[in-house]
Design a protein around this ligand. Structure first.
Ligand SMILES: Cc1cc2nc3c(=O)[nH]c(=O)nc-3n(C[C@H](O)[C@H](O)[C@H](O)COP(=O)(O)OP(=O)(O)OC[C@H]3O[C@@H](n4cnc5c(N)ncnc54)[C@H](O)[C@@H]3O)c2cc1C
Length: 361
């Protein structure tokens, strides 16, 4: 294990803000992971597990503990039954490298999740999702280390044990307790998977018409990458941490109030932005936070000092040039406050703050 000190963390994140890690270990093997955890335990250091740094804001004062950068590599595949393959990837593999690998092999199941930054470990923790597909659709199991298990015995967590939900998992709601070492996905080798295309925002029929045949996973990947580039949600688009806020779920009464308020404020805008809410099986509504923000000053292209909002996506707070974490957090709080003032709806933060981000502003 190579223990480093005072390592700048901003370059290891997609937002590019924040200070240093007091201690830092880049772990490529299970042994390096356990050595780092032992070091942290012996020295009573808090640990932060870092993947691709695409869903976090690091405090300007950095992290006064040990940052364990999980870089476990490797992709393997094994045909379990005819027409299906299990693909296993190390937690440090870049998620999009895994997707590209499966698409190159003609496997079906991950192509809708193309172009999303971060690692395989981070994807499992966040139950990464886009265009109606989510990581848990094809996830079989993960090899996981419980941080408080001093015997360092890796355990297998199957899909049902991970408590996956919208953009969350058991690992996500117990941050730092478990460390994902590798994950396995079950993919189809023949046929067409319609399961992952259930979201009508991705028009598979139009793609089929364009190609004059059933789209291949490679066609779907290319279309998704193009769409993500247009929306500015590729890692290369802007320095951001992706969507800063979760989609709020509200009661049918609250939804009705929201429609009424939006129509009073600007009915043309309300009509133009439809659909902006989706009814759930339990009668609640899932609302696009970008729609709510459209009724505040926080629009696409908004600039406040060195921070701002992506010109292409209202939910992406961006680091325009040398922003500090405190500026990002202040802007996020102002956006939450504005939506609360107009609609009485609280936008929950999706992006995780690491270190003393909230105390710094
Ligand atoms: C431009 C852009 C677009 C995005 N688009 C999407 C999208 O379409 N859909 C979507 O769902 N997300 C999206 N995101 C958010 C982000 O890419 C995902 O949440 C991603 O899965 C985070 O993975 P990561 O490796 O970067 O995790 P990090 O940001 O490094 O960490 C996030 C959390 O996961 C934990 N973690 C990371 N690795 C491990 C591990 N091996 N074991 C245990 N815990 C771990 C960390 O401790 C932390 O709590 C986007 C982000 C950006 C910048």
């Amino acid at each position: 294990m190579k223990l480093e000190e005072h390592v700048p963390l901003a370059p290891l994140t997609t937002l590019g803000v924040g200070g240093e890690a007091r201690f830092f270990v880049e772990a490529h093997t299970l042994q390096e992971v356990t050595d780092a955890l032992d070091y942290a335990r012996t020295h009573a250091l808090p640990v932060f597990v870092l993947g691709g740094g695409s869903n976090i804001v690091i405090a300007d004062s950095g992290f006064e503990g040990l940052v364990l950068h999980v870089c476990i590599a490797g992709i393997t595949c094994e045909e379990r039954e005819k027409g299906r393959v299990n693909v296993t990837a190390g937690a440090g593999v870049l998620w999009d490298d895994l997707v590209a690998y499966t698409v190159a092999h003609g496997f079906i199941g991950l192509e809708c999740l193309s172009g999303i930054p971060g690692t395989v470990g981070g994807a499992v923790v966040a139950n990464l999702g886009a265009y109606g597909a989510q990581c848990s659709d094809t996830f079989v199991s993960a090899e996981v280390l419980a941080r408080d298990d001093e015997t360092h015995t890796a355990r297998v967590f199957t899909n049902g044990m991970c408590e996956f939900s919208y953009h969350d998992s058991m690992f996500g709601h117990m941050p730092g307790r478990y460390l994902v070492l590798e994950a396995t996905f079950s993919l189809l080798t023949t046929g067409t998977s319609h399961l992952s295309y259930r979201d009508n925002r991705f028009d598979l029929a139009a793609l089929a018409a364009k190609h004059g045949r059933e789209p291949t996973p490679a066609d779907v990947r290319a279309a998704i990458l193009e769409m993500r580039a247009e929306k500015g949600v590729l890692a290369s688009s802007y320095k951001s941490a992706g969507s800063f806020f979760h989609m709020p779920f509200v009661s049918s009464e609250m939804y009705a109030k929201t429609v009424a308020k939006a129509q009073i404020l600007d009915s043309t805008k309300e009509e133009r932005l439809r659909p902006w809410a989706w009814e759930q099986p339990d009668g609640a509504y899932k609302i696009a936070p970008g729609f709510l923000l459209e009724y505040t000053e926080f629009q696409k292209g908004y600039v406040r000092g060195a921070a701002g909002i992506s010109p292409k996506h209202t939910l992406c707070i961006i680091n325009i040039a040398g922003a500090r974490a405190s500026e990002i957090a202040l802007l996020a709080r102002a956006m939450q406050q504005a939506v609360e003032n107009v609609f009485g709806i609280h936008l929950e933060r999706e992006v995780e703050y690491v270190g003393a981000v909230e105390k710094e502003n």
